[in-house]
Unconditional design. Structure first.
Length: 211
């Protein structure tokens, strides 16, 4: 059961962005090491060097705190502008940009730790898993889907089901390599290896959806 929601600070009271970031950083690390249920807001507040009330003034409950911790990292690594199809750009260029940012984010020690934790807690902390998926992967899939719908409208690609195609693109990027990293039988890719995977994934995807 989640911790009881606390009364937020008065409306209009300015929030300290430095404290907010400290809370997010502390929360992400504690959730990584202890899981969702075992991590208390008191522990997050202590690690961030703020009061429990300050945590609740930024995030009304633990669920929102966890979601924000995941979303903030995702937004930092994959900000919205990278999904934009600008005038004069090809879809291939945008997909390559997305792919490079995505693999840099997932081929990362913290990301691998979190996914291993989620796998280890599967069936025990389904709430944590759903919150993670909604705040991270679902956001990315949604942005790729929007890009593909726009590419359809501009007749740059022919994508029958953008929702499924977005999932297919992520699958091409991850391939078997990511599973091997997760189970510990392969090292994380180098930048050159990631770029090669992106190039192959984009070419395969474009070939499947060109006019």
């Amino acid at each position: 059961m989640s911790e009881q929601t606390q009364t937020a600070a008065p409306r209009g009271r300015p929030k300290d962005p430095v404290k907010r970031q400290a809370i997010l950083d502390a929360a992400r690390e504690l959730f990584l090491t202890g899981g969702f249920a075992a991590t208390s807001v008191d522990a997050v507040a202590s690690a961030a060097g703020v009061s429990k009330l300050t945590v609740y003034s930024h995030f009304s409950d633990k669920e929102r705190l966890f979601s924000a911790a995941i979303a903030s990292r995702c937004e930092m690594m994959m900000p919205l502008p990278i999904f934009a199809l600008e005038e004069g750009e090809s879809v291939e260029e945008v997909l390559e940009r997305i792919g490079e940012a995505f693999l840099e984010m997932v081929d990362n020690e913290d990301s691998v730790r979190l996914l291993r934790l989620l796998c280890a807690l599967a069936g025990q902390e389904s709430e944590m898993a759903q919150l993670f998926f909604n705040a991270g992967p679902q956001r990315i899939l949604g942005e790729i889907e929007r890009l593909l719908r726009r590419a359809n409208q501009l007749q740059l690609l022919q994508v029958k089901d953008p929702t499924v195609a977005a999932e297919d693109f992520i699958g091409l990027l991850l391939g078997c390599h990511h599973l091997q990293v997760l189970i510990g039988c392969r090292q994380m890719a180098t930048k050159d290896e990631r770029n090669e995977r992106v190039s192959k994934a984009v070419k395969t995807f474009i070939c499947a959806h060109h006019y």
